[in-house]
Ligand binder design. Structure first.
Ligand code: SAH
Length: 252
């Protein structure tokens, strides 16, 4: 059995209890070495075979899994954050299906959640934005044309960019073509929840300079939107005059 496991954003205690249990008991682990905290491998039992997928192709990953499964053991495929976001998991799942190898998924805390926690931010502030866009700027992997950054930016919604911190000049340019203004708040969060985490608060107009000044090239998220600002409305849900299934509205 193959378990796809979300490792969480970095801090070793941000993996789920289920993910930790699977790591403790597996016979083989294939971890995404470019981003997964190697400290997580300390959960593995002695004798567990460890592979770093950063140095492997999809074919090599599948071949290791195939051999491990033939030996009757269990395999953990450890992905950073949550496997469902830029995890390249679907192609593995389909390859395993073709080989009749069973698999399941244990979700993880994505880095976009880790970054919000580190910033003390809420993406969905009433009166500001009720939408979070998770995306990336086109790089060596293209982005469908109707999802270009400038078109996503036209919404002015809360925006989280993965895999884009190496292209901050283009990010800034595209954002300004949309609904964001030069003084719209932004942040770069490098290695959220890792001991070496760095938080850089800036604006859309200063993104490029902020990244350059702090030497940010990778392993960072770019967050953009007025959710990082000071103004918002309080929630309806917890307003005294707002009745819910669980609470009567307070009298005037
Ligand atoms: N599945 C992962 C994302 C993998 S794509 C998740 O859910 O978080 C890899 C990109 O994610 C990196 O280039 C970076 O943009 C972002 N990333 C991953 N971990 C991060 C962290 N701890 N802090 C900031 N960005 C991170």
């Amino acid at each position: 059995m193959v378990h796809f496991v979300g490792a969480g954003p970095g801090a070793v205690d941000l993996i789920t209890l289920r993910g930790e249990r699977l790591l403790r008991t597996c016979d083989t682990v294939i971890y995404a070495g470019s981003l997964v905290n190697p400290g997580l491998l300390l959960y593995c039992r002695e004798g567990c075979r460890v592979y770093n997928s950063a140095e492997m192709t999809l074919e090599q990953v599948i071949s290791v899994i195939k051999d491990a499964e033939a030996g009757g053991g269990s395999t953990v495929r450890l992905h950073t954050g949550d496997p469902a976001i830029f995890g390249a998991v679907r192609e593995q799942m389909d390859a395993l299906d073709r080989l009749n190898i069973p698999w399941d998924v244990t979700p993880g805390v994505s880095s976009f959640s880790g970054a919000a926690a580190s910033l003390g931010a809420e993406y969905t502030l009433p009166g500001v934005s009720q939408t979070v866009i998770l995306s990336r700027i086109a790089g060596r992997t293209p982005v469908p044309e109707n999802e270009s950054l400038s078109s996503l930016a036209s919404h002015g919604a809360s925006l989280v960019l993965f895999l884009s911190s190496g292209q901050l000049p283009s990010v800034q340019e595209e954002l300004l073509r949309g609904a964001y203004l030069a003084d719209t708040p932004a942040a770069i969060v490098y290695k959220a929840t890792w001991p070496e985490e760095k938080i850089i608060r800036c604006t859309v107009g200063t993104l490029r300079d902020a990244g350059e000044k702090n030497g940010i090239k990778k392993t960072a998220l770019v967050l953009v939107g007025d959710f990082l600002g000071e103004t918002y409305e309080r929630s309806r849900l917890y307003a005294p005059d707002f009745a819910t299934e669980y609470r009567k509205a307070a009298p005037e």
